[in-house]
Structure formats: C-alpha cells, structure tokens
Design a protein around this ligand. Structure first.
Ligand SMILES: Cc1cc2nc3c(=O)[nH]c(=O)nc-3n(C[C@H](O)[C@H](O)[C@H](O)COP(=O)(O)OP(=O)(O)OC[C@H]3O[C@@H](n4cnc5c(N)ncnc54)[C@H](O)[C@@H]3O)c2cc1C
Length: 399
C-alpha cells in the first residue's frame, strides 16, 4: 500500500487525509499544534468562516456535510452599516435559497480530522512540527513537541519553534505533501532546493483583529442573524459573522501603519474614539471592546503565489477590496441589481462572478475569465444603447 506523509492538519490537511484514507492509502498526518478537541484551538484568530458550495461539496463526498451544517447559520446577504447606523441589505443571489454559511472553524476542523480518523489506515500525530523535508527521498524531519501551548503568533512566519522542543523524528513516504498553510515548511524546503521554484509573497497593508458582540440578555442575536454584516469605510472595514450561541465574531481589517491605524491607536481613549466615529451602532453591542482590542492578537494577511495559476489569490484580494470599499457605493449596488436582473433574463447564460465563485464549482480561472467577458459585453451593450438613444433624441428634438 502506498504511504503518504502529510504535514498540517488544518482544513485542507484533514480533508486530504480523509480522501486519501478512503482510497486505502496509508497516511501519517503530522500537526505541530495540540489536538483541537482538547480545547487547544487558538482564540482571537479567524474563529468562524463562511462556507459555500465548493466546501460543502467536498464535505458531501465524505458524507459529513449534514453533520457539519447542523450548527451552521445561513447568511443570505450582506448587511451594510453606514456611519450613521443606517442599514442596507444586499442579497447574495436573486434566488433567496442561495446563501453562504457561517461556521465555527474549530468544529469544521475537528469534523474533517475525525472523518480522516474513521479510516484505520490514517494516523494523526499532534504536537509534531515539520522542520525540513528531503525532497529526493520524500522524507520529513519533525520535532515532537511536549509543549501544551500553541506556538506564538510570530512562530507561524518562520514555521519553526524553539529547537529544544523535543524528540526528533524522521518519516519517509512515497511522497510528502505540504498542507501546512501560508508559512509552509514543506514549501520552504522546495524554495531552498529547487532552483527555478517560483515564489512571491505579498502582505496587505492591513492587519486583522477579532472582537466580539455577545448574545443579548435573552440569549439571542443582537443584530440580524442571517446576514454577513459589513461596516465598509473605504480604506478599512469591520465585518461580523453570527455564531450559534447568539454572539457575533467581528473582524476589524485596518491599516497597520498610518495616521489612523493599529500603530497609532494604543490607548483606551484612542480605541473608543475611533469606534465611536466609525462604528457608532456597533459600540453599544460590544461591552468587551477595550479588553478584546488589547488582548486579541493582530494577524497579518499575506498572499502567496508559487504556481502558474494565481486565479484564487487574485479573486481573494479582489473580494477583500469589494467588501471593504465597493459595497458602500451606489454604483456597486446598482451593478449587483443589474447582475441579478441579467441572471434572471438569461438563465444559465449570464452568471455574476459572486454566484460562480460561491454557488457553483466552475474552476476559479474560468469564472474570472467569464466574468470579464460578461462585463465587457454589458459595458459595450450599455455604451451602444446610450449612443443609440442620443442619436434618436437628436432626431426627435429638431435643431
Ligand atoms: C481572517 C481570515 C478569515 C478567513 N475567512 C474565510 C472564510 O470566511 N471562508 C473561507 O473559505 N476561508 C477563509 N479564510 C481562509 C482560510 O482560513 C484558509 O483558506 C484555510 O485555512 C486554508 O487551509 P489550510 O489547511 O491550507 O491551512 P491552515 O488552515 O492554515 O492549516 C495549516 C495547518 O498546518 C499546521 N502547520 C503549519 N506549519 C506546520 C509545520 N511546520 N509542521 C506541522 N504542522 C504545521 C498549522 O498548525 C495548521 O493546523 C480566512 C482566513 C483568514 C486569515
């Protein structure tokens, strides 16, 4: 039986181990962190996420979609909060039955790891950090850590925690597969050893910090439950996703540096003033704002490209800009309405980009290409209609 060594039991690692395990491969999956089921999940960092068609399809193939979605909360559109506290709801699709799902990262991660562990040929080893990979012999070098604590935030960039952490282990397979996230140690080994390995990393000027809106006194949600809330403020934004316990996890995406930024907002007064000015309707719902702001880490947002197809990376960055900046604009909302109108007029022919990415499994690169072509046709059509209308008007209104 072929044996694979997988590094990293995040969302991709757990899922891949389950898929390979189902095919009968012998799998050793190594994860540097402790078992998330022992309550070791990192707090204050991307607690929940939005799950849609592609992710659900992957879970369905393993027969665990229903179990995972049991605790998911549908988000049917974006609820835009302006600076005066006015609300504007923009549905994700013209079909109200199409929505994305807010789901806890810890429970999703646990579900895919457990799906992998159902196969006796899959072994998951927590507290094992990969430090290097010998590419020629497909051998991973690991350190078994006895540390109970999570690696510090800064360790994630180097991928290596203190060398005194523990016993060294060498594990060989048919192949070593790196599913160890943005700061992959496996990719690091490839960069060091493969001469023409293409690699670039780009940090956004923005960091992110998670904050909380707790449940109301009756245990319910204090804002519209079935929506992804956005406070778009051009160069920065806050978003909030609902959790099953009645709370919302808010994420502030804000510049690291600048006159008004994480760097200059240090005191309680600064934090309070910034939030009162920018998110006045959210402040009364955030009794732990100051504590959360001080205690929760500020994460960085990096885009890594190391292969010829960068479609997903481009779409992710475009979506960030769309949420932060464009959702506040009337033109953007009008374009969304036009998208939904054309989708209804030309079913199966015209598909908005968001619909293709979120509610279909059309390959990302094809979706981006098709959206560009559609936009071009719509623009040309509108332009042609304006010209035609002008000519008609000139004829009707005599000189
Ligand atoms: C703020 C934020 C919000 C997001 N929201 C969404 C969303 O709403 N929807 C969505 O689909 N995606 C979202 N994402 C993206 C999503 O989190 C990633 O696409 C996803 O986590 C990638 O999964 P992964 O398994 O490749 O990597 P990760 O989830 O990062 O997992 C990598 C695993 O490898 C382990 N590891 C790392 N180095 C080593 C090593 N040297 N040895 C052993 N183990 C190692 C790590 O501990 C980790 O468990 C968001 C990301 C961020 C930062």
């Amino acid at each position: 039986m072929s044996k694979f060594v997988l590094i990293g039991s995040g969302l991709a690692g757990g899922l891949l181990a389950a898929y390979l395990g189902r095919r009968g491969y012998d799998i050793d999956l190594y994860e540097r962190r402790a078992d998330p089921r022992a309550g070791n999940f990192v707090g204050g960092r991307s607690i929940n996420l939005a799950l849609s068609t592609r992710g659900i399809h992957a879970l369905e193939q393993l027969g665990i979609a229903d179990e995972v979605l049991r605790y998911a909360i549908p988000m049917r559109g974006r609820m835009i909060h302006d600076k005066s506290g006015n609300l504007h709801f923009a549905p994700y699709d013209r079909d109200a039955n199409k929505f994305i799902n807010s789901i806890g990262r810890a429970s999703l991660n646990t579900a895919v790891i457990e799906a992998a562990q159902r196969y006796p040929n899959v072994r998951v080893h927590f507290n094992h950090q990969c430090t290097d990979v010998d590419l020629d012999s497909a051998t991973a070098h690991l350190i078994e850590s006895s540390l109970e604590a999570e690696p510090a935030l800064s360790d994630s960039r180097t991928g290596v925690s203190p060398a005194d952490a523990g016993r060294q282990i060498i594990q060989k397979g048919e192949a070593v597969i790196g599913v160890d996230g943005a700061f992959s140690a496996v990719r690091g080994a490839m960069q060091r050893r493969i001469e023409d390995f293409e690699y670039s990393e780009h940090y956004l000027a923005h960091g992110y910090k998670e904050l909380t809106i707790p449940p109301g006194s009756d245990g319910g949600w204090r804002m519209e439950k079935e929506a992804l809330h956005i406070w778009p403020r051009k160069s920065f934004m806050m978003i909030a996703l609902p959790n099953p316990d009645g709370s919302f996890t808010c994420t502030l995406f804000w510049e690291f540096e600048g006159p008004r930024s994480f760097a200059t907002t240090k005191t309680d007064d600064h934090v309070r003033r910034f939030f009162d000015e920018e998110f006045p309707d959210a402040v009364p719902l955030m009794p732990r704002l100051l504590e959360d702001f001080k205690e929760n880490p500020t994460g960085s947002l990096v885009t890594i490209r190391c292969a010829p197809s960068d479609a997903l990376a481009d779409l992710a960055v475009d979506n960030f800009i769309e949420m932060r900046d464009k959702t506040a604009s009337r033109t953007f909302r009008a374009k969304k309405k036009l998208d939904h109108f054309l989708e209804g007029l030309l079913p199966g022919i015209y598909l908005p980009l968001y619909t293709m990415v979120t509610f279909t499994r059309i390959p990302y690169a094809s979706a981006a290409r098709r959206a560009r072509a559609q936009d071009w046709i719509v623009f040309a059509g509108l332009f042609g209609a304006v010209i035609l209308l002008s000519i008609l008007l000139f004829r009707v209104i005599p000189g």
